[in-house]
Design a protein around this ligand. Sequence first.
Ligand SMILES: Cc1cc2nc3c(=O)[nH]c(=O)nc-3n(C[C@H](O)[C@H](O)[C@H](O)COP(=O)(O)O)c2cc1C
Length: 172
Amino acid sequence: METLKAMQNRISTRNFSDAPVSKELVEKIVEGALYAPVGLKKYPELRLTVIENKELLARIDGDCRRVPDVSPLHGAPVLILVSSSTPDDALAHQNAACLVDHMLLRATDLGLANLYVKGICPFLDKNDALKEALHLPADFRPLASAAIGYAKDPVQKRETPQNDRTIVEYLQ
Ligand SMILES: Cc1cc2nc3c(=O)[nH]c(=O)nc-3n(C[C@H](O)[C@H](O)[C@H](O)COP(=O)(O)O)c2cc1C
Protein backbone atom coordinates (compact mmCIF):
# COMPACT_ATOMS: atom_id res chain seq x y z
CA MET A 1 0.00 0.00 0.00
CA GLU A 2 1.35 3.41 -0.82
CA THR A 3 1.88 5.81 2.06
CA LEU A 4 -1.01 8.12 1.20
CA LYS A 5 -3.40 5.15 1.03
CA ALA A 6 -2.36 4.07 4.53
CA MET A 7 -2.89 7.63 5.77
CA GLN A 8 -6.32 7.81 4.12
CA ASN A 9 -7.36 4.46 5.53
CA ARG A 10 -6.17 4.97 9.12
CA ILE A 11 -9.11 5.54 11.41
CA SER A 12 -9.55 5.25 15.16
CA THR A 13 -11.24 1.97 16.08
CA ARG A 14 -13.06 1.71 19.39
CA ASN A 15 -14.62 -1.70 19.01
CA PHE A 16 -12.07 -4.49 18.72
CA SER A 17 -12.86 -8.17 18.32
CA ASP A 18 -10.98 -10.63 20.51
CA ALA A 19 -9.30 -12.24 17.48
CA PRO A 20 -5.61 -12.56 18.24
CA VAL A 21 -2.95 -10.80 16.17
CA SER A 22 -0.14 -13.01 14.93
CA LYS A 23 3.35 -12.56 16.34
CA GLU A 24 4.59 -11.81 12.84
CA LEU A 25 2.20 -8.88 12.42
CA VAL A 26 2.94 -7.50 15.89
CA GLU A 27 6.64 -7.59 15.11
CA LYS A 28 6.07 -5.76 11.83
CA ILE A 29 4.22 -3.00 13.69
CA VAL A 30 7.02 -2.70 16.22
CA GLU A 31 9.47 -2.54 13.34
CA GLY A 32 7.49 0.45 12.01
CA ALA A 33 8.06 2.30 15.30
CA LEU A 34 11.78 1.73 15.07
CA TYR A 35 11.95 3.74 11.83
CA ALA A 36 10.33 6.81 13.39
CA PRO A 37 12.15 10.11 13.67
CA VAL A 38 13.49 10.64 17.20
CA GLY A 39 14.47 14.10 18.43
CA LEU A 40 18.08 14.41 19.63
CA LYS A 41 18.41 10.70 18.75
CA LYS A 42 17.17 9.74 22.22
CA TYR A 43 16.72 6.15 21.08
CA PRO A 44 17.85 4.48 24.35
CA GLU A 45 15.51 6.76 26.31
CA LEU A 46 12.49 5.24 24.60
CA ARG A 47 10.99 1.90 25.48
CA LEU A 48 8.27 -0.17 23.85
CA THR A 49 6.28 -2.62 25.94
CA VAL A 50 4.21 -5.04 23.87
CA ILE A 51 1.35 -6.23 26.06
CA GLU A 52 -0.65 -9.25 24.92
CA ASN A 53 -1.11 -10.89 28.29
CA LYS A 54 -4.88 -10.87 28.98
CA GLU A 55 -4.49 -10.33 32.72
CA LEU A 56 -2.23 -7.31 32.23
CA LEU A 57 -4.54 -5.86 29.57
CA ALA A 58 -7.49 -6.27 31.94
CA ARG A 59 -5.58 -4.53 34.75
CA ILE A 60 -4.70 -1.59 32.51
CA ASP A 61 -8.25 -1.45 31.19
CA GLY A 62 -9.74 -1.48 34.68
CA ASP A 63 -7.24 0.68 36.58
CA CYS A 64 -6.55 3.39 34.00
CA ARG A 65 -9.99 4.72 33.24
CA ARG A 66 -10.71 8.40 32.71
CA VAL A 67 -14.43 7.68 32.42
CA PRO A 68 -15.52 4.91 34.84
CA ASP A 69 -17.88 3.14 32.43
CA VAL A 70 -15.70 3.38 29.32
CA SER A 71 -13.05 0.81 28.59
CA PRO A 72 -9.99 2.72 27.38
CA LEU A 73 -8.68 -0.24 25.38
CA HIS A 74 -12.02 -1.13 23.79
CA GLY A 75 -11.20 -4.84 23.78
CA ALA A 76 -7.93 -4.58 21.84
CA PRO A 77 -5.86 -7.77 22.22
CA VAL A 78 -2.54 -5.93 21.83
CA LEU A 79 -1.31 -2.73 23.43
CA ILE A 80 2.07 -1.29 22.57
CA LEU A 81 3.05 1.19 25.25
CA VAL A 82 5.70 3.84 24.63
CA SER A 83 7.53 5.15 27.66
CA SER A 84 10.47 7.48 27.95
CA SER A 85 13.16 8.49 30.42
CA THR A 86 13.94 11.76 28.61
CA PRO A 87 13.73 14.53 31.25
CA ASP A 88 12.62 17.15 28.68
CA ASP A 89 8.88 16.55 28.85
CA ALA A 90 8.01 18.06 25.47
CA LEU A 91 10.72 16.12 23.67
CA ALA A 92 9.73 12.89 25.41
CA HIS A 93 6.09 13.31 24.38
CA GLN A 94 6.91 14.27 20.82
CA ASN A 95 9.22 11.32 20.36
CA ALA A 96 6.61 8.95 21.79
CA ALA A 97 3.98 10.40 19.44
CA CYS A 98 6.22 9.82 16.42
CA LEU A 99 6.61 6.16 17.37
CA VAL A 100 2.89 5.69 17.91
CA ASP A 101 1.94 7.36 14.64
CA HIS A 102 4.35 5.13 12.76
CA MET A 103 2.79 2.07 14.39
CA LEU A 104 -0.76 3.16 13.55
CA LEU A 105 0.13 3.64 9.89
CA ARG A 106 2.00 0.35 9.74
CA ALA A 107 -0.95 -1.43 11.38
CA THR A 108 -3.34 0.12 8.86
CA ASP A 109 -1.07 -0.97 6.04
CA LEU A 110 -1.20 -4.53 7.41
CA GLY A 111 -5.01 -4.50 7.57
CA LEU A 112 -5.22 -4.15 11.34
CA ALA A 113 -7.51 -1.87 13.31
CA ASN A 114 -5.82 0.53 15.68
CA LEU A 115 -6.26 3.36 18.17
CA TYR A 116 -3.96 5.99 19.65
CA VAL A 117 -4.44 5.66 23.42
CA LYS A 118 -2.99 8.35 25.62
CA GLY A 119 -5.71 8.61 28.25
CA ILE A 120 -4.43 5.63 30.25
CA CYS A 121 -0.94 7.09 30.74
CA PRO A 122 -1.43 9.50 33.67
CA PHE A 123 -3.20 6.73 35.61
CA LEU A 124 -0.60 4.16 34.73
CA ASP A 125 2.18 6.53 35.75
CA LYS A 126 0.72 6.75 39.28
CA ASN A 127 0.23 2.99 39.60
CA ASP A 128 3.55 1.58 40.83
CA ALA A 129 2.29 -2.01 41.09
CA LEU A 130 1.11 -1.99 37.50
CA LYS A 131 4.31 -0.30 36.28
CA GLU A 132 6.28 -3.02 38.02
CA ALA A 133 4.11 -5.71 36.43
CA LEU A 134 4.93 -4.11 33.06
CA HIS A 135 8.67 -4.15 33.90
CA LEU A 136 8.90 -0.38 33.54
CA PRO A 137 12.10 0.93 35.12
CA ALA A 138 11.52 3.68 37.70
CA ASP A 139 12.86 6.44 35.43
CA PHE A 140 10.58 5.58 32.50
CA ARG A 141 7.22 7.36 32.20
CA PRO A 142 4.39 5.90 30.12
CA LEU A 143 3.47 8.56 27.55
CA ALA A 144 1.42 7.09 24.73
CA SER A 145 0.27 3.79 23.30
CA ALA A 146 -1.14 2.05 20.27
CA ALA A 147 -4.02 -0.40 20.69
CA ILE A 148 -4.03 -2.97 17.89
CA GLY A 149 -6.39 -5.71 16.80
CA TYR A 150 -9.18 -6.49 14.38
CA ALA A 151 -12.32 -4.37 14.19
CA LYS A 152 -15.52 -6.06 15.40
CA ASP A 153 -17.65 -4.23 12.85
CA PRO A 154 -16.63 -3.30 9.33
CA VAL A 155 -14.32 -0.32 9.54
CA GLN A 156 -16.20 2.92 8.91
CA LYS A 157 -15.02 5.60 6.57
CA ARG A 158 -13.19 8.43 8.29
CA GLU A 159 -15.52 11.12 9.61
CA THR A 160 -13.16 13.73 8.20
CA PRO A 161 -11.87 12.30 4.93
CA GLN A 162 -9.25 14.99 4.81
CA ASN A 163 -8.91 17.40 7.70
CA ASP A 164 -10.04 20.77 6.36
CA ARG A 165 -10.06 22.57 9.69
CA THR A 166 -6.37 22.75 10.53
CA ILE A 167 -4.97 26.06 9.36
CA VAL A 168 -2.55 25.69 6.47
CA GLU A 169 -0.73 28.74 5.18
CA TYR A 170 1.71 28.69 2.28
CA LEU A 171 4.25 31.53 2.32
CA GLN A 172 6.00 31.92 -1.01
C1 LIG B 1 -2.13 12.57 21.08
C2 LIG B 1 -3.38 11.75 20.90
C3 LIG B 1 -3.99 11.17 21.98
C4 LIG B 1 -5.14 10.38 21.82
N1 LIG B 1 -5.64 9.70 22.89
C5 LIG B 1 -6.76 8.96 22.74
C6 LIG B 1 -7.26 8.21 23.83
O1 LIG B 1 -6.71 8.18 24.93
N2 LIG B 1 -8.39 7.49 23.63
C7 LIG B 1 -9.04 7.47 22.43
O2 LIG B 1 -10.05 6.80 22.30
N3 LIG B 1 -8.56 8.14 21.36
C8 LIG B 1 -7.43 8.88 21.49
N4 LIG B 1 -6.89 9.52 20.40
C9 LIG B 1 -7.54 9.37 19.09
C10 LIG B 1 -8.27 10.66 18.64
O3 LIG B 1 -9.44 10.83 19.38
C11 LIG B 1 -8.57 10.52 17.12
O4 LIG B 1 -7.37 10.42 16.41
C12 LIG B 1 -9.39 11.69 16.61
O5 LIG B 1 -10.69 11.66 17.14
C13 LIG B 1 -9.48 11.70 15.08
O6 LIG B 1 -10.08 10.52 14.57
P1 LIG B 1 -9.31 9.54 13.58
O7 LIG B 1 -8.13 8.97 14.34
O8 LIG B 1 -10.31 8.49 13.22
O9 LIG B 1 -8.84 10.34 12.41
C14 LIG B 1 -5.72 10.26 20.54
C15 LIG B 1 -5.10 10.85 19.44
C16 LIG B 1 -3.93 11.56 19.61
C17 LIG B 1 -3.23 12.12 18.40
